[in-house]
Design a protein around this ligand. Structure first.
Ligand code: ARG
Length: 461
């Protein structure tokens, strides 16, 4: 009898008893790693192409493998492929079916290869593809931010520090802050892609292989930028996945901050914005409610993505070289991070596009916090008063305005002059919201013209 037929397990030759159902379920990964089937097939065909080129297998075997894999791919796509828990993972499921379809050529595919370098290759390919799909979603979200920022380039919003009114900013400027965060997030993903895009295949189980393989050729076939230089490292490390989750965690942190602001802004006490109804839900008991579920969930899911980063870091920290089965646990966190971030970006791109702004409410909020106090101090400084003294003088003026229940601009000139003789009629221009905004006209400043300039720079990319 052919030794590989003695059990359904390809590796069962030296085992004396079958695996219990519980252990089977516990150790199998096919239910979640099957989503790498495209990458698994692509990598296998590249490996076989190299084996044939190096005359390790025949041209006929390669043709069989290619034909068989095309068939396997079709079966998976149309849903007729039967995934079996008994076959543990995506790799063995596909190989078994290939062998059923093409016979011995299928059994030769695994020459000079191990599942250890195979899975490392699949997951790198998968992540690379995922990053390539993620970056346009990020770009889409950024475009939504830019569009809204352009519309609201001159709309005054209270800028907060400590969640207290600090200085006027434009809503456009505020949105562009998130655009910048997304720029860095995109850079992090691109950067991670570079380190992900190296070929582990050829490392075999851990030590390399005795066949005259050509790893550079396989790398080229699969679009990798190069090969992993050390076979032990190639099969062991998952730092690229950790790095990706770290970039996801950072991105989600940014989106979570935005979510928190959206939730505040749509609270009627603020009333700055409305989010389209399709991103909100009602309450089953309180008929009047409209809740900002989408931003709240994004804030919540941020915790989950942080969890994936922590899970992967912890997964790796105790592992001796080289491959350990622990690594099978890398997939679910990674996949879920990909899904969560993709969905969140898609939904945010749409949600931001559907925001309507209530500029009156923003202005009302600005009227309450002496938002132009710094402008008054700057005015005095321009007249020659040292800034620290100007700061103290304005402090007194604010106190007075507070007593009278008015804004700084509503204090009569005579009243203002009692704090400093340097003040004259010109000061009232400085105390207006629009004056305050327009005055911050340097690069990175909140003046509407600067916001527009930043948007056109961003659009030019
Ligand atoms: N399913 C395994 C994983 O995800 C594939 C590699 C298994 N290798 C092994 N020697 N058991 O990591």
């Amino acid at each position: 009898m052919n030794p590989s037929d003695s059990s359904q397990y390809t590796w069962a030759g030296r085992f004396s008893e079958p695996m219990s159902d519980l252990v089977k379920r516990y150790t199998a990964s096919v239910n979640f790693d099957r989503r790498m089937w495209r990458q698994d097939i692509r990598a296998s065909v590249a490996h076989a192409t190299m084996l044939a080129r190096q005359e390790i297998i025949s041209a006929g075997d390669l043709a069989d493998i290619e034909r068989g894999m095309a068939q396997v791919g079709r079966e998976i796509e149309n849903g007729s492929f039967v995934w079996s828990l008994d076959l543990e993972d995506v790799h063995l499921n596909i190989e078994k079916r290939l062998t059923a379809l093409v016979g011995d050529a299928g059994k030769r595919l695994h020459t000079g290869r191990s599942r250890n370098d195979q899975v490392a290759t699949d997951i790198r390919l998968y992540l690379r593809d995922a990053i390539d799909e993620l970056l346009p979603l990020l770009r889409q979200f950024q475009t939504s931010l830019l569009n809204l920022a352009e519309k609201e380039a001159a709309t005054p919003l209270p800028g907060f520090t400590h969640l207290q009114v600090a200085q006027p900013v434009t809503f456009g400027h505020h949105l562009l802050a998130y655009f910048e965060m997304m720029q860095r997030d995109a850079e992090r993903f691109s950067d991670c892609r570079r380190r992900t895009n190296r070929l582990p295949l050829g490392a075999a189980a851990l030590a390399g292989t005795t066949y005259p393989i050509d790893r550079h050729f396989v790398a080229e076939l699969l679009g990798f930028d190069g090969v992993c230089e050390n076979s032990l490292d190639a099969v062991s490390d998952r730092d690229f996945a950790i790095e990706f989750c770290a970039a996801c965690a950072m991105l989600m942190m940014h989106l979570s901050r935005l979510s928190e602001e959206l939730v505040l802004w749509m609270n009627p006490r603020f009333g700055f914005i409305r989010i389209a109804d399709r991103f909100c839900t009602g309450s089953s008991i309180m008929p009047q409610k409209k809740n900002p579920d989408v931003p709240e969930l994004a804030r919540g899911k941020t915790g989950r993505v942080y969890g994936h980063l922590t899970a992967l870091l912890t997964l790796m920290k105790g592992q001796p070289l080289a491959y350990n089965k622990d690594n099978q646990e890398d997939k679910e966190p990674l996949f879920d991070a990909i899904d969560t971030v993709s969905d969140t970006l898609c939904i945010f791109a749409e949600m931001i596009a559907g925001i309507t702004v209530n500029p009156e409410k923003m202005r009302d909020a600005l009227a309450e916090g002496f938002a132009t106090a710094t402008d008054l101090a700057d005015f005095l400084t321009r007249k020659g008063l040292p800034f620290r003294d100007a700061h103290a003088t304005v402090g007194l003026a604010v106190r007075r305005a507070e007593e009278l229940g008015v804004d700084l601009a509503q204090l009569p000139l005579a009243e203002l002059q009692s704090f400093s003789p340097l003040l004259d009629e010109e000061v009232f221009a400085v105390l207006t919201i629009d004056g305050s905004l327009a005055a911050r006209a340097h690069i990175g400043g909140t003046a509407p013209e600067q916001v527009l300039a930043a948007i056109s720079r961003a659009r030019r990319g």
